[in-house]
Design a protein around this ligand. Sequence first.
Ligand code: NAP
Ligand code: 8YV
Length: 324
Amino acid sequence: MSASRPTVLLAGKVHPRVRERVEADFDAISIETADRALLDEDARSRIRGMAAATAISADFIDLLPNLEVIANFGVGYDSVDAAHAATRQVMVTNTPDVLSDEVADTTVGLLLNTVRELPKAEAYLRAGRWEREGAYPLTSLSLRGRTVGIFGLGRIGLAIARRLEAFGLPIHYHTRNKRTDVAYPWHARLIDMAAAVDTLIVVVPGGAATEKAVNAEVLDALGPQGVLISVGRGTTIDEPALIEALSDRRIAAAGLDVFAREPHVPQALIDLPNTCLLPHVASASLSTRNAMADLVVNNLAAWLAGKPALTPVPECASFDRKPA
Ligand code: NAP
Ligand code: 8YV
């Protein structure tokens, strides 16, 4: 340990670039999970910063008396108890903007794969079935003529909307607050938007406010031609209700990048013919993950040097420092 270098905890399976930069600039302590048993008294009292790639509870935060900042790897920080951190004036940061375009690109790909069955068509070719059996069957679904509803028109939702506008699709949205900078129809209630569209894209943050918001009623309002695309958090979808709606063809298909209990994916979703499933890869390119890693470490470096956080979460904005 060096007296002049703050101690930073690497919690969880951190990105290699986060590890490399933290080890170069700070005294690093690594633990695989945020488990109190993994830190002795000395380590607990030394830790001033944390790079988080795992769930961080209020209890774990309270274990660290000199903690000043938690830099979360990801724009979604539902796994960090930011409200509790704020009560202790512990700064929490996330990684907004640097991943929005990547996630929006992936969402459009997932939508196309879901309605036009491209992964299945490729598997058909690779299995030699085109040559043996003839053309892949025509898809019952198409993007043409669809109306899209975006649940969560924030940074990523808007990037998705702009892309889908270029596809010629009308866009609606549901958020708690109506935006003043877009002309898309706004719905105050999710269920009303679901009834007005046939393609629902979910990109809201996780947490209690959105838990199981996409339930059986919303899926029924979407209707039998309905396509659900989920890239926000799996907890926002009532998964058993979704499985029933897909099995009964009360909606047509679903494309999912996120799941309620990752990395577990319910076998019923895997077995259904009308799902397209990805293992939480929307931001997972080398370049975007490196940009996220840099933002994590830059936030730690700024806060521990007495400067404002670069990307504080809203819960902590009130005690962010003013720029010099
Ligand atoms: P953002 O800019 O904060 O946007 C969030 C949007 O959701 C806002 O429009 C917000 O509007 C709306 N919203 C929040 N709570 C709501 C509620 N209870 N009911 C209705 N609308 C609500 O966040 P972002 O950068 O776009 O990221 C969104 C989420 O995407 C992240 O939190 C993360 O969970 C997820 N994500 C997933 C991946 C992936 O790999 N699959 C990658 C990146 C992000 P109002 O505040 O007006 O309601
Ligand atoms: C990451 C994400 O995959 O930013 C988010 O909220 O969900 C993704 O970009 C995740 O945070 C890292 O595992």
